[in-house]
Design a protein around this ligand. Structure first.
Ligand SMILES: Nc1ncnc2c1ncn2[C@@H]1O[C@H](COP(=O)(O)OP(=O)(O)O)[C@@H](O)[C@H]1O
Ligand SMILES: [Mg+2]
Length: 334
């Protein structure tokens, strides 16, 4: 089995599979960061650069966590959909290999920055925040218009094994007081098949290039609940508001900007009724999952995780009516 992090083996593979010429020697760099994949930058002699991604069977987290490597092909399908729909906001797919369970996409050119890195430095660019909301709303809106999208992404197996189980079910098993809230939310989520859901809509999966957000990481993309992505992503703004007290007001206000620009895109869509209330529930569940699930946020320490858990469990007993209220209450209580 090929391991793309072994550069000699990778070059031999690229030559043997005719993706590069037999005489070409690209420059290879292993990229760190992801927990569920190997990612490697391939700089070709012709100046082109690819990022190759190969799914791991066992994820690189502290607790045991497995997922089928076939998910890389779901990612390839996601990249193709983006290419056909919002081409400027995702890397073009170069090829995928069904045997080695890998793909190659065009590398986002330098200079780019990972948006999470920038946010954790306390740099909160309002235009990017608004673009992030607009992009999510646009994906949802266009997925209703783009013929055949639901059929392409019907399978939710990876969303189950990489999100609902490790984030929601596991958090419920760790925090008894939150279990009824989370179990009800899991059932409601499974019952909704309304739009394209990215499933990992986080600043960590965004590279900023030339003032444009390039969205990565489509492994858990599926046809499902429109409230999941906004809840998942609001969690990142709110947890950063928690982690960086000196920037708390800025992150809280960014969360409001984000929600407003998302809402502008989806308010007129058929699934908008009840969406805000469900996004509030997903935000609370994700805020808990990221401190008590299988994949806790590394930038919160043990005390902060315990505090976030207590605040969220309390908010779950009487969930706010609007996202703005949720943001205000979380920022005040945390
Ligand atoms: N097309 C790309 N261009 C440049 N860098 C990329 C590209 N795709 C991935 N990366 C880098 O690799 C990292 C991990 O990629 P990602 O798709 O998020 O994998 P994982 O599923 O392991 O999180 C990204 O955060 C980014 O730094
Ligand atoms: Mg990622």
């Amino acid at each position: 089995m090929l391991d793309i992090e072994q550069s000699d083996a990778l070059i031999a593979y690229l030559r043997a599979s005719s993706h590069i010429a037999p005489v070409e020697t690209p420059v290879i760099h292993n990229l760190a960061g992801g927990v569920s994949n190997r990612t490697v930058l391939v700089e070709r002699e012709n100046g082109e650069a690819w990022v190759m991604k190969q799914a791991l069977e066992k994820l690189r987290v502290q607790v045991d966590w497995f997922s089928s490597t076939a998910r890389i092909h779901r990612e390839a399908a996601g990249l193709r959909w983006m290419q056909a729909t919002v081409p400027d906001y995702a890397p073009p797919l170069v090829f995928e290999d069904e045997t080695e369970h890998l793909l190659a996409m065009i590398a986002v050119p330098q200079p780019h920055i990972n948006w999470k890195t920038q946010l954790l430095q306390g740099v909160v660019n309002r235009a990017y925040v608004a673009q992030f909301g607009w992009l999510l709303g646009s994906i949802q809106r266009l997925s209703l218009e783009h013929e055949g999208t639901a059929d392409l992404f019907t399978d939710r197996g990876f969303f189950e094994t990489l999100r609902l189980e490790p984030y929601y079910s596991y958090a419920a098993s760790q925090v008894a007081a939150a279990a009824p809230f989370i179990h009800t939310l899991i059932e409601d989520t499974r019952a909704r098949r309304l739009t394209l859901v990215h499933g990992d809509y986080s600043p960590k999966n965004v590279l900023v290039y030339d003032d444009r957000l390039i969205l990565l990481d489509y492994e858990v993309i599926h046809w499902g609940d429109p409230a999941f992505d906004p809840g998942f992503s609001l969690t990142h703004f709110l947890s950063k508001a928690h982690a960086l007290p000196e920037h708390r007001a800025t992150f809280a206000s960014a969360a409001n900007t984000y929600w407003a620009s998302y809402w502008d895109e989806v308010a007129a869509l058929p699934f908008a009724a009840g969406l805000e209330a469900r996004a509030i529930r997903h935000t609370l569940a994700c805020l808990l999952a990221r401190v008590a699930g299988r994949s806790p946020l590394e930038y919160l320490n043990a005390d902060q995780r315990a505090h976030q858990q207590a605040v969220v469990v309390n908010l779950m007993t009487a969930a706010p009516d609007t996202i703005a209220e949720l943001i205000g209450q979380f920022a005040a209580l945390i």
